[in-house]
Design a protein around this ligand. Sequence first.
Ligand code: UTP
Length: 306
Amino acid sequence: MKIRKAVFPVAGMGTRFLPATKAIPKEMLPVVDKPLIQYTVEEARAAGIEEIIFVTSRGKTPMEDHFDRSPDLEEKLRCRGQIELLHQIESLVAEDTWSVFSVRQNDPLGLGHAVWCARDLVGDQPFAVMLPDDLIHPVTPDGQPVAPVMKQMVEQFERVQSPLMAVMEIPPDHTNRYGIINPSGPQDAEGLIPVTGMVEKPKPAMAPSHLAIIGRYILTPDIFPLLGKQRAGAGGEIQLTDAMAGLLKNHLLYGYRFRGVRYDCGTKSGYQMGNLALALEVPELRRYLLPFIRERLGYWEKMPPA
Ligand code: UTP
């Protein structure tokens, strides 16, 4: 079955970025010259996804505006002859081949609840879930281009027809920040790992592995009744991983070791790293940044460690 729809849970308050996110959504913070949300929407489109479903809350309309027409701006760019910029702006607008929908999450009851809010728009077909906080740059750590992550995952789904979630190896002492999978067998040649269970934010001593779930999933619609029945789990929120564990009754479930470099742009450090890494790939920015970084390193290396 083809994956046509992707749910973007973007109703969170982004408190870790306050005061920057007081009046603008976290997803509109720029990485180099594009807002975070645009990277993930482009990733979805590269995977052949036709319907983007934003699960939003108060104050998130700038995100919807970003993918809508802007007649005044377009006219101004046309008059000034800034045609390349005009094409970039026009290409953001949903058209015949894809659409943007949105639905409200009235109470911030957690990621699982946000996904549940999209149930009527998703309907009765497998779908993707994509968290824009996780910026997954489609290159290997040594800079070789790879397919965008959701495209990789759609290909794996077409092969196994089972729910999957992106996973990556994390340092053992970080397990209490993530959902962690319990693998039931080795990774296959394509990067899929069969899973017997998941634990949300376990202490390092209790963690079944060091493979953390990252914000890309392909799920089947039978997740919705499970989410609907669910009580709050770790952190007092309705967790997606808890409901996914319920899918194990009827499905094989896989972790997918994706290719690409992930920046956790929900944290200040990950956001800065993402900005720096992507800026260094732009030749005219690299020209200024590299000498600046060398000069700053020279300064900080002389200082005592923090
Ligand atoms: P986070 O907890 O990382 O995002 O949720 P947040 O709440 O926006 O950020 P902080 O912690 O206050 O800084 C992960 C993803 O789940 C969405 C968020 O928007 C983010 O994309 N989410 C979370 C919801 O849509 N609804 C929720 O109730 C909780």
